[in-house]
Write a protein that binds this ligand. Structure first.
Ligand code: DUC
Ligand code: ZN
Length: 459
């Protein structure tokens, strides 16, 4: 064998046991005691996790008149340092454009630049016969089996109910999975206009313009349409009680509804929007941060199994050059925050150490379920013989004070600045290759390859 990870504590969604992991080439080939090989990593007192998967990122993406600031090089490097070995990013169709053109554009930016493996979802904003027909090629030939639509961003990305329904029907026929950004674009547009007329321009009004009740409404509507189309549905970045109540109600009735949330909704709240000066802009995301009460509702939804995935919605912008575009108008602040590098440390600290989730559930939410729902299991998402050797060696005792200056994300702040986390990825392996070694970069850009994903299978 080429590489042995010795004496670590292997954690999967169901087990936790001490054993060695043997790697040959890009695959895990043995799990056992006293394995030997040409190179050995001693992982005593460390946890051995399957590489974490982030199924919601926006790398180098044109959005709100600018581009998210991580390139494929910086974003995937930051992901690697944070213990993420695979991302699924959103290729976005342009108005009047084809899915093929979006795929070409994203491929051009990603190819040769990634440190870790990656796939694409297709974000569809122009639903017509031709783009609906292209879904088949995407699924059957390109390995792109998930499609995201927006009920938000009126006049830009938003689709109407009939378009959404058509996409659901098509996805159901082909074995695809529809993802929805569930907020009500019409009401957001109305509220935004009204607030601006009243000269309410500060960042805090971003949150006022996007009431949680309308996130709940959009979830209910999306679920009803999925039920009508008899299609599975995945609701992205749930932020509030109303959203998870809608998911709970649908799942109670046996519908194949799935949902994710993100570290920001579990650990930060709307008070941030009142930070002095323009600081609140750092937290302008959609949906917005909600209340502490909503945070608890999300944790309970994770506990109940109504939410199955934690992703980041990593969409960084520089506070100085980019967020400032909205200095006089909250509606012009590019929506998004960085999070790709801090997810695992923040979730271990806030989730496992605070007893909201077990260590097994931590793995399930951040690696195994994303792999299963998005057609990558068992190639990824587990530590098993035959799986890709994507592995995170994690020190559960290591304390770090989060500081944007020490992170690799290409932006000038982190929303978790100053947070003391306990538990941090130390060494990260991507398909058998050590890419981060005790905090030092060993990987190379271009190592990461495109992963063709399988069709959707229910969890
Ligand atoms: N929300 C964000 O905060 N950023 C990117 C897109 C989105 O829906
Ligand atoms: Zn997103």
């Amino acid at each position: 064998m080429d590489l042995i990870i010795k004496n670590g504590m292997i954690v999967t969604p169901t087990d936790m046991y001490e054993a060695d992991v043997g790697i040959k080439g890009e695959k895990i080939v043995a799990i056992g005691k006293e394995l030997s090989g040409s190179k050995v990593i001693d992982a005593k007192d460390m946890m051995i996790f399957p590489g974490f998967i982030d199924v919601h990122t926006h790398i180098e993406t044109p959005f709100m008149g600018t581009y998210s600031s991580d390139t494929w090089e910086t974003g995937t490097k930051a992901a690697a340092f944070g213990g993420t070995t695979c991302i699924v990013d959103f290729a976005i169709q342009s108005k009047g454009g084809t899915l093929r053109a979006a795929l070409d554009e994203w491929n051009k930016r990603a190819t040769g630049n990634a440190y870790i493996d990656y796939g694409f979802h297709m974000a569809m904003i122009d639903i017509n016969d031709s783009s609906l027909n292209e879904m088949e090629t995407m699924i059957m030939e390109e390995g792109i089996s998930s499609f995201k639509l927006f009920f938000a961003y009126k006049g830009e990305l938003m689709v109407d109910d009939d378009a959404f329904y058509k996409a659901l029907e098509k996805a159901e026929e082909l074995g695809g999975l529809i993802m929805i950004h569930a907020e009500n674009g019409h009401i957001i547009d109305l509220y935004t206009k009204n607030l601006l007329v009243e000269n309410k321009t500060e960042p805090m009004y971003h949150a006022v313009s996007r009431p949680s009740i309308m996130e709940g409404e959009a979830c209910q509507r999306a679920i009803a349409l999925a039920e009508l189309a008899e299609a599975p549905l995945y609701i992205v970045h749930n932020s509030c009680l109303e959203a998870v109540e809608a998911i709970h109600e649908g799942r109670e009735r046996g519908l194949p509804i799935y949902g994710e949330t993100c570290p920001q909704y579990l650990t930060l709240d709307e008070e941030r929007y009142t930070d002095p000066g323009f600081e609140g802009a750092k937290y302008v995301i959609s949906p917005p941060l909600r209340s502490e009460f909503d945070q608890d509702a999300l944790w309970f939804a994770i506990e109940r199994g109504d939410l199955q995935v934690i992703s980041t919605n990593h969409c960084p912008f520089f506070f100085r050059k980019q967020k400032e575009r909205g200095k006089d108008n909250f509606a012009k602040i590019p929506n998004g925050i960085p999070g790709i590098e801090t997810r695992m440390a923040v979730m271990y600290t806030a989730g496992v150490l605070e007893d909201w989730i077990t260590i097994n559930r931590f793995v399930e939410l951040n690696s195994t379920n994303p792999a299963k729902l998005f057609g990558m299991f068992p190639q990824k998402g587990t530590i098993a013989i035959g799986s890709d050797a994507d592995i995170v060696i994690f020190d559960p005792e290591k304390e770090v004070t989060i500081n944007s200056k020490n992170l690799h994300q290409n932006t000038d702040y982190t929303p978790w600045e100053g947070m003391i986390v306990k538990g941090y990825p130390i060494t990260v392996i991507s398909r058998g290759k050590v890419i981060v070694d005790k905090g030092n970069l060993k990987g190379e850009k271009g190592w990461g390859k495109f992963i063709k994903r399988d069709r959707f299978y229910p969890l």
